[in-house]
Ligand binder design. Sequence first.
Ligand SMILES: Cc1cc2nc3c(=O)[nH]c(=O)nc-3n(C[C@H](O)[C@H](O)[C@H](O)COP(=O)(O)O)c2cc1C
Length: 208
Amino acid sequence: MDEVEAAHVWGSEAGMQDTKQMSVLDAIVTRRSIPQFQPTPVPREIIQRLLDAAVWVPNHRLTEPWQFHVLGESAKRRFAELRRDSRAAAMPNPTAPEVKPALQKVVEDTVSTPVIIIVTARGHDDPELKEENYWAAFGAAYAFMLGAWSLGIGTYFRSGPLRDAPALRELLRLSPDQRVIGFLYAGYPATVPQKRRTPASQKTVWLD
Ligand SMILES: Cc1cc2nc3c(=O)[nH]c(=O)nc-3n(C[C@H](O)[C@H](O)[C@H](O)COP(=O)(O)O)c2cc1C
C-alpha cells in the first residue's frame, strides 16, 4: 500500500475502528507524522485502549517508567500558551507586530488538536537504567502511534526545549525525577504527507 492509498483507506473514515485490519508491517510502513487533523474528537475509550496497548512495550527490569498526561480543554489552552511563549523566546524580536499572527496561530493550532498527550518518564539513579527508562517511554509512545494508525488515527510526536520548561513541569505537577519525553498529538488525519527513507539495505552491515 503506498502512502496516498493509506491516506484514503486509513485516514478518512473518522468513525472507523476495528472494521478493517491493518497488518503490523503495513502500519509501520504507512504511518506518517500527521500535521493537520480533522476536528472530529477521538473517543476517550479509544485513547485509553491505545494507552493500555502501549504499555506492553519492552521494558528492562519492568520499571514501567512512563506516565501519560492527557490534556483536557483548560490544560490544552495553558499548554498552547506555553508553546507560544517558548516559540516567542526563540525569536529575535518576539514583540514585533508582524510575528503576532504566527504566535497566535501556535495557540489556535494547539487548542484545536483533538488529542494531546504529554509522555513523561521517571529517571533512575543508575545512569544506564535512566537512559533505558527514556527509551522505554519513547517505545510506548511509538506503540501508541502504530496502534492509533491501525485504527485510522494519525499522530505527531514532537520534542523541543519546552520539554524542560519549569512552567510545563508545574502544569503537569511533575515530581523531580520525572522528565518530559515528548508531546504526542493525535486525531483523525486531514492530510497524510509523503516522506522519504533511505533503504535499510544502505544502512545495514551483514557480518559473516
Ligand atoms: C524523538 C523524536 C522527536 C521529534 N521531535 C519533533 C519536533 O520537535 N518537531 C517536529 O516537527 N517533528 C518532530 N519529530 C517527528 C519527525 O520530524 C518525523 O518523524 C520525521 O519528519 C519523519 O516523518 P514521518 O514520521 O512522517 O515518517 C520527532 C520525532 C522523534 C522520533
